[in-house]
Write a protein that binds this ligand. Structure first.
Ligand code: IVH
Length: 733
């Protein structure tokens, strides 16, 4: 029986793993999502019945149940070096001269600083130490390696062999596999130690939890870059904007910020991806290095990349072996333009000496390997003049200084405005009106001012300082301790009002068709709107008082506004624009609390909602304490908007006290409820569900084909319940 279950679990894991690999690594799905979900649920159910069979590499273990409280520092098994930079091709050529000078003396016929030959049985050492077991044909196509086999060496071509890879702009990760199973994921940190973030790393579907190797070496270290695709980065920033949170400046910051989230459920939603680029097989501590080297050792970087691919990693496909400086230059130039069509960010190419033996001989400086270099692309930066600085007030009251620029061409678009972020950034820049500045597309998306050229400053130029009063309502602004953002806190500030109304009517909120920026501005200016509740008092006659507003359009708007009363409560809550309440948090909160409850419960109770952290809870609680917000809610309620909890999840305080803390075991197939549903109902009522029957079990819920658990319950005299009895018990007040 146990062996059968074990086998079933094993098979499900394998099926899921293969499907996930095809989807996330090969980008070629092999089964429909529904089938994947069904297999996943089957595995989850089996693992819930047999928790002793859960293993770290099970696909169900990708997302952790509990958020971490902090991260711990760990020492890297092998230090993570950084790369020396070359900012143009000439610098790269100089680097080649340099390493060739320090390369070991050459023995004929080896030229160009190439490693001496390898002696048998260290087979496959090509004349230049390049033991490519692979061929990469003219199209760059790769023939997959047969691990362990030693195909013939490529013919000696003279000169050097480099592997050129794209430099992915993300965050470096060090992964440790013990006997083939992922046991540790860590950030780069200072290169010697990083933070242990294994649970977050496991959410990255393109990282295998188990290596696809029959006889994995005891310790395998894999390094690579975690990154966010541009599409996901933009989506995250859109969500943050809606929730009134500070935007990530570029995908690299967003990836690094995501990896350091304590809750792996949040990381999971952010859809990080990963390209592997280095591979080390480490002998267990104390082991005598094998001589000759074990067949596992890679002799070239190219082979390492291929082996990483075979092991189940995603390896960037745009890699190339180059045999000369000219080939490297072609690669570098080709990708300078072509990288703009990639769905992720690259900021250069990494050129690595292919031969591992030569790499070892060249070694490292204090900070860099001597055998690799990052050949960077010039940042997309241009100089221009700041003609003025305006200060925008967002719906959260945040003041953002914006440089109004003499229009300039940058990365294919005309840029006439660039963000100066906040007061701190302004002070750092020491920006004067009329200054010449360097503008860059940060993350190639949002233009920003990177630096000022003070030597070009006109005489008597005036220093720009953040205003002490809101430019829209003239009320004093505040800057809270520890915050970089200056805010207007006047709740009747027209800019905040306009921003909040636009948000309230936006697509993910009340989705009121036709009410956009222009109309909101008109309605606020003509005093038709002073709060979102005023929308519901509008009539077509009143709207027709606005410039260029005909009867038909006015009636259409009134009808669209009336229709929004049917929008679900979660959209209303999101539409209120409470800080940190995006669409997801709004959903979580409305499943638990009706609006009256949100106005009365403590921040601690709000934090009790799974997925809601202290900062969000505090922000919600504060918002509901403001009298003006309370009267807004009262008016929205009178207008007939949906403000009742959508799926009522009882508070512990409301729970059936008799069931609180009681322990249930489920056995057999219940007539209507699925196991997960029954479990959910019991937990929501305050009970606990465990897998094995013991003297501590209070109830055993018995379905058809119940087995040994029923017998054990009977022998211990534990109360048995049918599904109907369970439901009755759960519904007791
Ligand atoms: S190799 C000793 N390969 O660039 C080997 N790094 O500026 C060092 N990076 O810290 C890394 N793409 O995070 C390598 N194909 C690639 C890379 C890459 C991105 C990052 C990596 C490194 C940083 C150095």
């Amino acid at each position: 029986m146990a062996a059968e279950i074990q086998q079933q679990i094993q098979q499900l894991r394998q099926q899921l793993q293969q499907a996930s690999y095809a989807y996330y690594v090969l980008d070629a799905p092999i089964i429909p999502d529904e089938v994947y979900d069904r297999l996943y649920r089957q595995l989850q159910e089996l693992e819930s019945d047999y928790p002793e069979l859960i293993t770290a590499e099970s696909p169900t273990q990708r997302v952790g149940e509990q958020p971490a409280t902090q991260f711990f520092s760990v020492k890297h098994n092998i230090p993570l070096y950084s790369l020396e930079n070359a900012f143009n091709f000439e610098e790269f050529a100089k680097w080649q001269e340099r390493w060739q000078r320090v390369a070991p003396p050459l023995t004929p016929p080896y030229q160009g600083g190439i490693a001496p030959p390898l002696t048998p049985p260290y087979q496959g050492g090509g004349q230049d130490g390049i033991t490519s077991r692979l061929s990469n044909d003219e199209n760059g196509e790769i023939t997959p390696p047969v691990v362990g086999a030693v195909p013939p060496c490529p013919p000696w071509q003279g000169g050097v062999s480099y592997v050129c890879e794209l430099k992915i702009d993300g965050s470096a990760l060090a992964l440790t596999y013990k006997n083939g199973v992922l046991v540790r994921g860590a950030t780069r940190g200072d290169g010697v130690s990083g933070e242990e973030i294994t649970q977050n790393v496991k959410t990255i579907r393109s990282i295998p939890l188990k290596l696809n190797l029959d006889n994995p070496p005891p310790i395998v270290e894999v390094r690579g870059e975690a990154f966010l695709s541009l599409a996901v980065f933009e989506e995250i920033n859109r969500e943050r904007e809606k929730a009134g949170e500070q935007l990530f400046a570029n995908p690299r910051n967003a990836a690094a910020g995501t990896l350091r989230q304590l809750d792996s459920k949040v990381v999971d939603k952010r859809k990080l991806d990963f390209f592997a680029y280095t591979l080390h097989f480490q002998e267990p501590v104390g082991a005598v290095p094998p001589c000759p080297p074990s067949g596992n050792e890679q002799k070239t970087q190219w082979e390492s990349l291929e082996l990483l691919r075979t092991m189940g990693f995603k390896v960037n496909p745009n890699r190339k072996i180059c045999y000369s400086l000219d080939e490297v230059r072609d690669y570098y130039e080709y990708w300078d333009t072509e990288r703009r069509n990639l769905p992720y960010m690259t900021d250069g190419v990494v050129v690595k000496i292919n031969s591992v033996l030569l790499q070892k001989q060249l070694g490292f400086t204090q900070r860099f390997p001597r055998w690799a270099i990052a050949l960077k692309y010039p940042a997309q930066e241009v100089p221009t003049i700041v003609e003025a600085v305006t200060v925008q007030v967002g719906r959260t009251g945040a003041l953002t200084p914006v440089a109004e620029l003499k229009p300039v061409q940058l990365a294919g678009t005309t840029v006439s405005r660039a963000s100066l972020h906040n007061g701190d950034r302004l002070s750092e820049l020491n920006l004067h009106l009329g200054d010449t500045v360097i503008v860059r597309k940060a993350g190639e998306i949002i233009p920003e001012v990177v630096r000022v050229l003070p030597e070009l400053r006109p005489q008597n130029a005036q220093l720009f300082q953040m205003p002490s009063c809101c430019p829209e309502c003239a009320q004093p602004v505040v800057r809270e301790k520890g915050e970089a953002v200056t805010r207007c806190i006047n709740t009747s500030c027209p800019a905040i009002l306009r921003g909040s109304l636009i948000h309230f009517c936006s697509r993910d909120a009340l989705d009121i068709n036709g009410v956009g920026e222009k109309l909101v501005q008109q309605m606020v200016d003509s005093n038709l709107l002073n709060s979102a509740a005023d929308l519901y008092d509008l009539t077509s006659e009143r709207l027709m008082g606005l410039e260029r507003m005909g009867k038909k359009l006015a009636e259409k708007l009134v009808s669209a506004i009336a229709q929004s009363k049917n929008q679900p409560y979660s959209r209303v809550l999101y539409g209120l624009g409470i800080r940190h309440v995006g669409t997801v948090n709004a959903q979580l909160l409305t499943e638990r609390f009706a609006v009256e409850e949100l106005a009365t419960v403590s921040a601690a109770a709000i934090e009790g909602v799974y997925g809601i952290g202290p900062e969000i809870a505090q922000s919600v609680s504060q918002w509901f304490r403001v009298p003006a917000n309370q009267s807004l809610i009262a008016r929205l309620k009178t207008a007939g908007l949906q403000l009742q909890s959508e799926v009522k999840t009882p508070n512990p305080a409301d729970q059936n006290l008799e069931l609180a803390g009681k322990t249930f075991v489920l056995t057999g197939t219940l007539p209507t409820l699925k196991r997960d549903e029954a479990k959910d109902l019991i937990q929501k009522a305050g009970g606990k569900v465990t897998n094995s029957v013991s003297a501590k079990t209070d109830y055993v819920v018995v379905g058809e084909d119940a087995g040994s658990k029923l017998e054990k319950a009977q022998s211990l005299g534990i109360e048995l319940l049918s599904e109907a009895e369970l439901l009755e018990l759960l519904s007791k007040p």
